[in-house]
Design a protein. Structure first.
Length: 125
């Protein structure tokens, strides 16, 4: 989705990822995790039984938010997904935050994962 013609409150982004694909990429390139995820995201994932499952869902959220906002380039550390007390909190930084402010929107997200797949939906409101 491009940002052209995007009406405030009408953006939707969706992303789906095979968890093993991300896990393999992180194993092959040890520095990749620090480029894709914030310290908070990494700490949360590492506290879980299968960190890759949670990182994959967060990666999907980053892609979904990028699509919903109509950004041309994903800057993964500008979209931060934090968890606590059973809820998910989204924090936008840099260009992602500037775009949301320009559009006058908040971004709501929903994450999901199974044994093999992770996904996320982002909706502007």
């Amino acid at each position: 989705m491009s940002g052209a013609g995007l009406e405030a409150g009408r953006g939707v982004g969706l992303d789906l990822l095979e968890i093993e694909r991300l896990e393999r990429a992180l194993e092959r390139r040890p520095g990749l995790a620090r480029r894709l995820f914030t310290d908070g995201e990494l700490a949360y994932a590492r506290s879980r039984a299968r960190p890759g499952q949670h990182l994959a869902a967060r990666f999907c959220a980053k892609e979904a938010v990028t699509k919903a906002l109509g950004l041309a380039v994903m800057r993964p550390r500008e979209v931060e997904v934090l968890s606590g007390g059973g809820s998910v909190e989204l924090r936008l930084h840099g260009a992602a935050r500037a775009r949301a402010e320009l559009l006058g929107v908040e971004v709501a997200i929903s994450l999901t994962h199974s044994q093999g797949l992770a996904g996320a939906v982002a909706v502007l409101r």
